[in-house]
Design a protein around this ligand. Structure first.
Ligand SMILES: [Zn+2]
Length: 500
């Protein structure tokens, strides 16, 4: 057989190859053993409580031999030694600040205590914070901050993928388990959550004008900031009974939790969506958050927000701006649980939850009121929709200057000049107070910090994109963040529709 002949022919060459490989591997293991000894000594020194403050002379060498993205792991080893739980509330609070890279605030907190220099552990803590701070570097690649987004997470995969919306869910949704794996992988690879306002913000310049201004970002070498958002955090009526959480609410201790209705109708409270799952993860890994940064939640208004049916337009019979015509009347009767007799109470409750979410460090954003294609609708419809958002949603969630375009449909082209005086839709959004504008883009990075605005493209980490990555392993779709093969749920029907 041709195959056997070929095997025999290659045999001699293969043995020589194997021998060369053995010599090579031998050399490599000698080198690796040497490196391990150096690393071991350095880590041992770093882990000494008193040695935390001072980086040993060998540290530079180890940093130089590790690939850039790995060097923060050495720094992190020091973190864990310095920032352990002490039982002292001031030190513990300061350690948490330091774990989240806010060294100045940590130092200030300890120094604020009277007689701190005499208190056991306090001067050591300050020295450790100063040294950890000195190891950080300025993040200068503002153009290389990735932004990933999700929709409400699937809790019950069998229900969701067995429902009448299975194709949509399969494409644009992510499951709770997939989300947890993605966060773990991004954490392991050195990603750190950052708020948009910590990347750049509108600041008054020396000449009195206002401009979007880059903010200093300092992180351990090799750690990478990223932005995360979740769209349509409304728990729409059509999703009820299809395997998703039904609302965000506060438990008896004022903690933000998800409500989830089990198949047997029993109601449970816990972590069933992006916010709550991520809060759990950050509680375990505080260094996943840059100075307390969390994600962005974006809301439409037509079905209410956070799972509360708060739209007067659809849920109040006495709404004086409701437009009665055959189409709207039919929709009101068929598509909405109309009216909501508790609408005023629900608005207050939603506002309370939104405030609690803000207090956790989350940013809240507009996703338009009615989820139209903002790029292609008429200006009149666009202006009406923007006004409706300000009328029905802003009073509940509070003012915001972030808009995450529904359907990713940007009101301008990619050039910064397309957000100029002649772009009436952009001008309307600016007047409504928006400064941050996010579309959807498959590129790893898409960031513009212009004088009048901040623009960023977002990447959908959903069934569509993961399946596409699996079909095209040579492309970078999600592979810079996680391994799609290990994350992708085996409960997903295949193929994911529309993926080529
Ligand atoms: Zn949406």
């Amino acid at each position: 057989m041709a195959g056997t002949e070929r095997k025999g022919y290659d045999g001699g060459r293969r043995r020589r190859k194997v021998l060369r490989l053995k010599i090579f591997l031998g050399l490599v293991s000698v080198l690796l053993a040497g490196a391990a000894v150096v690393l071991g000594v350095v880590l041992w020194q770093l882990l000494q409580p008193a040695g935390v403050a001072v980086l040993p002379p060998g540290e530079q060498t180890v940093m130089a031999t590790l690939p850039e993205e790995e060097t923060w792991k050495v720094t992190e080893a020091a973190d864990f030694a310095a920032l352990e739980n002490t039982g002292d509330p001031i030190l513990d609070a300061a350690n948490l600040l330091a774990k989240q890279y806010n060294y100045d605030a940590a130092i200030e907190l300890v120094r604020g205590v009277e007689g701190y220099a005499e208190k056991p552990g306090y001067p050591e803590a300050i020295a450790a914070f100063e040294d950890l701070s000195a190891q950080c570097v300025d993040w200068t690649s503002y153009g290389q901050i990735t932004h990933v987004f999700f929709h409400s997470l699937i809790v019950d995969e069998e229900l969701a993928f067995g429902s009448d919306k299975r194709d949509d869910f399969n494409k644009v949704m992510t499951t709770v388990d997939e989300f947890k794996k993605i966060m773990q992988s991004m954490y392991d690879r050195g990603y750190v959550l950052i708020s948009l306002h910590k990347i750049a913000r509108m600041e008054q310049q020396a000449d009195g004008t206002w401009a979007m201004t880059k903010q200093p970002i300092r992180l351990p070498r090799g750690k990478k900031p990223f932005v995360l958002s979740e769209d349509d955090v409304c728990y729409y009526e059509y999703m009820t009974g299809k395997g998703f959480s039904t609302k965000l609410c506060l438990d008896e201790n004022g903690k933000v939790v998800n409500e989830y209705v089990e198949r047997d109708g029993s109601v449970v409270y816990g972590s069933y969506d992006v916010l709550t799952v991520l809060e759990d993860f950050i509680a375990e890994h505080p260094d996943f958050s840059y100075q307390g940064s969390k994600g962005i939640l974006a809301f439409t208004g037509y079905d209410g927000v956070l799972g509360y049916r708060t739209s007067d337009f659809w849920y109040s019979d006495t709404c004086d701006y409701y437009i009665s015509n055959p189409k709207n009347d039919a929709e009101k009767a068929n598509d909405h649980t109309s009216p909501n007799p508790n609408i005023e109470q629900d608005k207050q409750e939603a506002a309370r939850v939104a405030q609690a979410i803000r207090s956790l460090g989350w940013e809240l954003a507009s996703h338009s009121w009615g989820h139209p294609d903002l790029k292609n609708i008429s200006y009149e419809r666009f202006a009406w929709d923007t006004d409706m958002w300000e009328r029905e949603v802003e009073p509940i969630i509070g003012p915001t200057d972030i808009i995450l375009y529904p359907l990713g449909a940007d009101v301008g082209e990619w050039m910064p000049s397309s957000y100029g005086p002649e772009n009436a839709k952009y001008q309307k959004l600016k007047q409504a107070g928006f400064n941050y504008f996010c579309n959807v883009d498959g590129a790893q990075y898409w960031v513009q910090i212009n004088p009048d605005n901040f623009r960023q493209g977002r990447r959908n980490l959903d069934g569509f994109m993961m399946y596409k990555q699996i079909l095209h392993p040579e492309r970078v779709l999600t592979s810079d963040l996680f391994d799609a093969e290990t994350v992708f749920s085996s409960a997903r029907p295949l193929p994911v529709p529309g993926v080529e």
